[in-house]
Ligand binder design. Structure first.
Ligand code: SF4
Length: 89
């Protein structure tokens, strides 16, 4: 099932304060860019040689934080009541 369809099973209450910060200066000469491949929501993208990230539809899995060997990702859960909520189909 495509991720787009699966994402229909989640709801986001987007906090204005990002719960993830990416220090993109550390990404500039990164060849592996594991975050681009591991994020199930596809929130990391390289555009014009620069890393772009949007936190709004984060599934809060923590994979990017674990995968980044450069420790470029500052990760926390959103504040209580914010972020993703999963519901059964
Ligand atoms: Fe993507 Fe998971 Fe990282 Fe959120 S925590 S940005 S869903 S890899």
């Amino acid at each position: 099932q495509p991720i787009e369809e699966r994402l229909e099973l989640v709801r986001f209450k987007v906090d204005k304060r990002p719960h993830i910060r990416v220090h993109t200066e550390a990404c500039r000469d990164c060849d592996l860019t594991p975050c681009v491949y591991v994020c199930p929501a596809g929130l990391f993208e390289i555009l014009g040689g620069e890393m772009h990230f949007s936190y709004e539809h984060c599934l809060e899995c923590g994979t990017c934080y674990v995968a980044c060997e450069r420790k470029a990702i500052e990760w926390d859960y959103p504040r209580g009541g914010w972020g993703v909520s999963f519901r059964a189909s």
